[in-house]
Ligand binder design. Structure first.
Ligand code: C5P
Length: 229
C-alpha cells in the first residue's frame, strides 16, 4: 500500500509548504484540477525539486473522443509525472487509443480509469449508467483491465472484488479514507486504514485528515507506520 496525499490546499505556496514538510518521505502526491489549472507545469517542477523521489499523480480525469484523449495523454507523459487518469465511461476505443499511443514511451506513466464518482448516489448513477454503482464499477474495471490500463479509481469497498475479477496486480486507488476515523466531511462512504488494508487497496488517497491536522508530519508518520506493518 502506498500513501497518496491530495494536495488540495488553496494556494501553491501552501501545497509546497506541505510538501516541503514531508520531503523526507518518498510518498505519492495527487495534483487535482484546481492546483494544475492554477499552478500548471511549474508546480510539478517545484514538487520534484523539493524531492525528486516524490511520485506524482495527475488527477485530471480525461474524457473526450479517443484521439483527443490520446493527444492529451501524450502531453501528460511529457510532464514527468508517474500516474494519471481517464474516465472509464469514455469507452474501450478511447482506452486502447490512449494505451497504444503511450506504448511508444520508454517510461510511460501508470494509467487508471475512474469507475464511479463518489458524489453519485444510486438513483442519479443509474439514471445515467442504467446499472447499480457496484455492478457498473466492476464492469468498468474489467473493461479497463482488458484494454491494458494499470488500474482503477474506486471506493475502498469495491477494491477486493475488483481485484478478484481482474488481477491482484491490477491497481486500486481509493479516496474517502479516514485513517483513524477522522471527520468524513463531504465524503459519503469512508473507510479507515485497516479496512483499506483488508481490501488490498494499493493507493489510499488522503487529503484533509493530513493537511488539516495540526501536525501533518506526525500524522503521515503514523499512517506510514500502519501501512508498512
Ligand atoms: O480530503 P479528502 O481526503 O476527502 O480528499 C480526497 C481527494 O480525493 C480529493 O482530492 C477529492 O477530490 C478526490 N476524489 C474523491 N472521490 C473521487 C475522486 C477523487 O474524493 N471519486
Amino acid at each position: 500500500m502506498k500513501l497518496c496525499i491530495a494536495l488540495d490546499l488553496p494556494s501553491a505556496e501552501e501545497n509546497l509548504a506541505l510538501a516541503e514538510s514531508l520531503k523526507e518521505y518518498n510518498i505519492w502526491m495527487k495534483i487535482g484540477f484546481r492546483a494544475y489549472i492554477r499552478d500548471g507545469k511549474p508546480f510539478i517542477k517545484s514538487l520534484k525539486k523539493i524531492n525528486p523521489n516524490f511520485k506524482l499523480f495527475l488527477d485530471l480525469k480525461l474524457y473526450d473522443i479517443p484521439n483527443t484523449m490520446a493527444d492529451a495523454a501524450e502531453e501528460i507523459a511529457k510532464l514527468g509525472i508517474e500516474m494519471f487518469n481517464i474516465h472509464a465511461s469514455a469507452g474501450e476505443v478511447a482506452m486502447r487509443t490512449v494505451m497504444d499511443r503511450l506504448s511508444t514511451y520508454k517510461k510511460r506513466p501508470l494509467v487508471l480509469a475512474v469507475t464511479a464518482l463518489t458524489s453519485f448516489d444510486e438513483k442519479n448513477f443509474s439514471s445515467i449508467y442504467g446499472k447499480s454503482i457496484d455492478e457498473k464499477a466492476q464492469e468498468f474495471a474489467k473493461m479497463s483491465y482488458k484494454n491494458g490500463l494499470d488500474g482503477v479509481v474506486c471506493s475502498t469497498f469495491e477494491s477486493q472484488a475488483i481485484k478478484t475479477i481482474t488481477s491482484n496486480n491490477f491497481l486500486t486507488l481509493c479516496p474517502g479514507i479516514r485513517p483513524f476515523g477522522e471527520d468524513a466531511g463531504d465524503q459519503q462512504r469512508v473507510a479507515n486504514l485497516e479496512l483499506a488494508k483488508e481490501q488490498y487497496v494499493d493507493f489510499p488517497v488522503i487529503g484533509r485528515p493530513i493537511y488539516r491536522d495540526k501536525n501533518p508530519k506526525e500524522k503521515v508518520e503514523k499512517i506510514l507506520s500502519i501501512i508498512e506493518q
